[in-house]
Design a protein around this ligand. Sequence first.
Ligand SMILES: *Cc1c(COP(=O)(O)O)cnc(C)c1O
Length: 306
Amino acid sequence: MDITDVLRAHRVVAGHLPPTPMWNYPLIDRAAGTTVLVKHENTQPTGAFKVRGGLTLLTAMSPAQRARGVLGYSTGNHAQSLAYAAARFGAPCTIVMPRDPSPVKARAVRALGAELVEYGATFDEARPYAVNLARERGMRLVTAADDPELVAGVGTLYVEMFTHSPDIDVIVVPVGGGSGAAAAGVVAAALAPGCEVIGVQSAASPAAHDSWRAGGVVERPNRTVVGGLATGSGFELTQRLMRAHLADFLLVGDDAIAEAQRVLMRDAHTLAEGAGAAALAAVLAHRDRFAGRTVAVVCTGGNADV
Ligand SMILES: *Cc1c(COP(=O)(O)O)cnc(C)c1O
């Protein structure tokens, strides 16, 4: 996975989706004490940046593979990304979720034309079931983070970012599985080597942060209420890229994330889900670190619960 893969994905994604807006807001700049550009992935048709990865992955599959379809296990934005991309290509899509998923999320996936299979009480039960089901049906199993095509696809966000504002000093990216931050690092190193990339995770689910600091994949308790950031372990591919490219990795509390959601609602007229507000939360919590620098925060998604 390198910059060439991202640029190839950029041609694909640009054929499906317009660039998302990015601009700053005077009240947020004042609160942060510096210029904060907000990249609005909440405006994607699925409400999150992951759709870039889904489209890239479906494009890379052969017609025969696409005819067999894709299968993912996720309750959140990965599920909608796969379902959206599969629908674009007329490919079958199956999503496995633990029993009794949030009705909002189940409806969104079904409305995109995917088949929803409910199995098990938790993901620990749903995951092996999904692996078997994909094998039985001959569908491609797509995990949420550790796939080079997904990383290349979400990298297109950062190609748009540097094309729009080549002089960004630092990008702050919320991290779950790490595909977004890994991609940001690859793109920044190639297109804007002076730009730092900083990851952010919830202190209540620090597996990616701790893996990055430890220099190897570790497991940690997973207690955050912030959907997109809830993972209990690091992943090989994204950790390797983050180790190569991230300047730092910060933790913020769930309360600070909720407050940043309110700031975005009040001062940027933007409905962000928790994960989509985590980057801003980190900037507001570390004003000194960012003072005088042009900061870009990724509002990764807007799929907040009602
Ligand atoms: C998935 C997701 C994240 C985390 O992204 P990774 O690439 O898994 O690190 C952040 N925000 C939102 C809204 C997401 O859906």
